[in-house]
Design a protein. Structure first.
Length: 146
């Protein structure tokens, strides 16, 4: 077999290309694995949430009636003339459940629940709707594990 410079150069170029491909494949594999491990990191759900408690909330309820049913929120935030009570918050990269209640004019104005930016339950102006019952039940089951 005759070996010339061109064949050696081609061999090393293929080796380098294969090595770079292999390196990138391994790098992205580990990066994706780490992101999947961190996915729920930082997510919080209030303890003892039940579907019955959530569905018993009615537009127009007072803050004391809401606290009697739901307990203390994880977080409170004022925005303009509304207060936002958080009962579930997303984690790393916005993953997980988000549940907040909007209090306006000292009355329950809106309830909003979503999982990974997809609507699960919405209640506003006496129009309440469950978009994803399985996701609602999943959030409730995660709440019980606390």
């Amino acid at each position: 077999m005759i070996v010339n410079r061109k064949s050696i150069k081609v061999f090393f170029l293929k080796l380098i290309k294969t090595g770079i491909f292999l390196f990138l494949f391994i790098f992205f594999w580990y990066a994706i694995s780490i992101l999947l491990l961190l996915y729920p990191l930082g997510a919080e759900i209030s303890s003892n949430l039940t579907k019955e408690k959530i569905l018993s909330l009615k537009i127009g309820m007072s803050p004391s009636e809401i606290k009697k049913i739901m307990g203390e929120p994880l977080g409170l935030q004022e925005e303009g003339d509304s207060d936002y009570w958080t009962y579930a918050s997303t984690g790393f990269l916005g993953a997980g459940f988000e549940m907040f209640i909007v209090i306006k004019d000292n009355k329950l104005y809106r309830i909003h629940i979503e999982e990974n930016d997809l609507g699960v339950y919405q209640c506003k102006a006496n129009c309440c709707r469950i978009f994803n019952l399985k996701a609602l039940e999943k959030m409730v089951s995660l709440s019980k594990k606390k």
